[in-house]
Design a protein around this ligand. Sequence first.
Ligand code: FAD
Ligand code: NAD
Length: 402
Amino acid sequence: MSKPKIVVLGAGYAGMMTTKRLTQKLRPEEAELVLVNKHNYHYQTTWLHQVAAGTVNQNQARMMISDVINPNRVNLIYDEVVEVKKEENRVVLKNSEITYDYLVISLGFETNTFGIKGMEKNAFSITDIESSRMIREHIEYQFAKYSTAEKPNEDDLAILVGGGGFTGIEFVGELAEKVPELCKKYDIDRSKVRIINVEAAPRIMPGFDDELVAYAKRSLEDRGVEFREGAKINECKKNSFVIGDDNEEIKAGTIVWTGGVTGSSILSKSGFEITKGKVTVDGDMRAPGEENIFILGDCAWVMNEAEGKPFPPTAQAAMQHAETCSDNLKALLHHEPMKKFVFDDKGTVASLGETDAMGTVFNDNKLYGKPAVSMKKVVDNRYLFLLGGPKLILKKGKLRML
Ligand code: FAD
Ligand code: NAD
């Protein structure tokens, strides 16, 4: 009898951890494992703002999948998922197709511009290694252009970041550290460079702790970041945002949209029932009505029943989805009862560049400054440890503790 085939789509936090755990929880004769990903490398989405600012090299933020997932145990397919034909237990890829007995969909997020005029066309976004690398190169090009132009235009040096959620704030934090370095390299006065974050809500990081947000804002303003709060972006032109009720125009040479994300568009294309871009999964992480399909990470809404709303999509949650999913796949193969996903909230820490951070850990204890910076690095290194043990930390980890 042939072995059941488990296919995992997407090698991000959820897909990598699910695959890793399946290799540990199942014996080779129990199931055939397949991991499909667009690239032959896995990248740390949580480090992309650093790649985009140029404070972390793209090669530190990624690793070859075959270095952490044993290709003798898992069939690694590097191809793009186009559609899931769930009635036929089949996945259409760009260059081939694949059948499955059990499917795990962990294709991550896509940028959501909410139909804002010109945003998709004119703004960069931090979505993967390539898009982040392009931002870094574009910013550096603006500095190089300014330093050699006959009639330099200071607007070219300005960097506009649309959206003051965690991604936008962590990104301007990195820029606050990178800009002085670029100024030195290109002989440009720091005061000529503006870093401007625009947020529609009355304050940045809406919903997060007031005290921590005030700390973040002060820290960033001290390093030259400007904030425009309560300022909705109405339009993005080639070199500007149009904001607020009076349609004020702010010009810049670099425009980055960090104003929202949604689940992979493969979900709707494949006929799953969608709420705000994602599938609301059952307690066992399966898609409603689908016996053999699990949906994890940024593709899934997992309900926080106590609060009557879904948990926010984070890497922390995606990794925990992977634990439940791999346990439940094993249970299905062994004809045992499956378990319900329970979120273990370990807290939230946001970096404000290399030298500052803030957040909450374990039962809402607040951390600021160096302890928060160290905690953020511990979180990053913990993931590497779970994925590839101490060897991976030594190779890719953030080892310079403050
Ligand atoms: P991802 O990690 O995004 O992985 C998806 C994978 O699927 C990728 O490898 C992608 O290449 C692949 N893929 C996509 N489409 C296809 C396709 N069609 N075919 C084949 N492969 C495909 N969360 C935290 O908890 N802490 C943080 O500090 C934090 N920082 C963040 C910083 C930034 C800049 C951003 C953008 C997000 C951050 N988040 C953080 C959120 C976190 O990164 C996401 O919640 C997490 O990455 C979700 O994991 P995932 O496995 O669902 O998707
Ligand atoms: P988000 O949706 O959390 O934030 C987007 C921000 O853009 C919001 O504050 C929103 O008000 C603003 N916005 C939307 N439309 C706008 C407009 N027209 N004009 C101006 N502002 C507008 O998105 P994100 O920051 O990319 O975060 C996505 C997920 O990733 C979240 O769950 C977040 O918690 C997680 N994340 C976590 C960390 C961390 O834990 N350190 C870091 C980054 C991201």
